[in-house]
Design a protein around this ligand. Structure first.
Ligand SMILES: [Zn+2]
Length: 241
C-alpha cells in the first residue's frame, strides 16, 4: 500500500518532445493552409538561379549541410519572388538564391558547429529560414549569370554586411538599393545585419518545419504520379458515353 501511494505521489514524467535535431517525415502537400504549401522555387520560376553554398563545403562553416541544391519556399513567398524576378527581368537582371527553407535539424547542426547567437539562430527558437519564409539572395545579370557587385560576399560577418553600411562605392550602393527596393515593394522586409537576407512580411504566420526538402519533393512527385495513375485508371474504366 505504501509503495502504491509513493508511486501515485511521484510527478509524471515530462511529455516526450519531438526530437527536432533529426529530420521529420515529409508532410503531405495537402496538409498546409493555402499559400503555406512548400514548392520548389526552380519549378515555379525557371529563370531564377539557385546556388546553395550549404549544399557544398564552400561556405562560412567549410562544411556541407544539404544533400542537394534543392530550394523550397512557401508558395506565397515564391509568388512574391516571381514578381521581383519579373520586374528585374525588364532591366536585364535577375535573382540568385543562396538559401531558402532550411530544416530545423540543419539549424541544430549549425549550432553544434558554432553555438554563438551572433552568427547562428538558436535552433530551440528556430530561424525564419526554418519557416520557409526567409530567403538569402543577390542580383545577377540575366544574360551572363554574373553577380552584380555588392558590399560583401555571402555570410560575411563584418560590419560591411549591414543592410545600411555607408562606406560603399556608388555602384555597390546602387545595386544594394535596387535589391532592397524591389524586395520591399513585393512584400519582403530588410534584415538590418545582412544585406542578402530578406524575410517575407508576415513570416510569424508560418510555423517552424523540420522535413528534408529532398524527401518532400520525392513524396510529392510520388503522390502526383499515383494521382495521375488513379485518373488514368478511372478514365480507362469509366463507362463510355
Ligand atoms: Zn538568411
Amino acid at each position: 500500500m505504501m509503495c502504491l501511494m509513493l508511486l501515485v505521489a511521484l510527478p509524471l514524467p515530462p511529455r516526450l518532445a519531438a526530437d527536432d535535431s533529426k529530420p521529420a517525415p515529409p508532410p503531405s502537400p495537402t496538409s498546409f493552409k493555402p499559400g503555406h504549401e512548400f514548392v520548389e522555387v526552380s519549378s515555379m520560376i525557371p529563370s531564377i538561379v539557385i546556388s546553395l553554398p550549404y549544399a557544398t563545403d564552400q561556405n562560412f562553416f567549410k562544411k556541407r549541410f544539404y544533400a542537394s541544391n534543392t530550394c523550397l519556399l512557401r508558395r506565397s513567398v515564391v509568388d512574391r519572388l516571381a514578381a521581383v524576378q519579373k520586374e528585374l527581368a525588364a532591366q536585364g537582371l535577375g535573382l540568385k538564391i543562396w538559401d531558402g527553407y532550411r530544416p530545423r535539424s540543419v539549424q541544430y547542426e549549425f549550432w553544434k558547429t558554432l553555438p554563438d547567437p551572433n552568427y547562428v539562430a538558436d535552433p530551440v527558437k528556430g530561424s525564419r529560414h526554418n519557416r520557409g519564409a526567409a530567403v538569402d539572395l543577390t542580383l545577377i545579370d540575366l544574360m551572363s549569370g554574373e553577380e552584380l557587385p555588392m558590399p560583401t560576399g555571402y555570410d560575411d560577418f563584418t560590419p560591411k554586411a549591414a543592410a545600411d553600411f555607408k562606406l560603399v562605392s556608388p555602384e555597390v550602393l546602387k545595386n544594394r538599393t535596387l535589391l532592397q527596393e524591389v524586395m520591399v515593394k513585393h512584400g519582403f522586409v530588410i534584415f538590418p545585419s545582412e544585406w542578402w537576407h530578406f524575410d517575407a512580411k508576415g513570416w510569424e504566420e508560418f510555423p517552424l518545419e523540420n522535413f528534408s526538402p529532398e524527401e518532400y519533393v520525392k513524396s510529392q512527385n510520388g503522390s502526383q504520379k499515383s494521382q495521375a495513375k488513379t485518373q488514368e485508371y478511372k478514365a480507362l474504366n469509366s463507362p463510355k458515353n
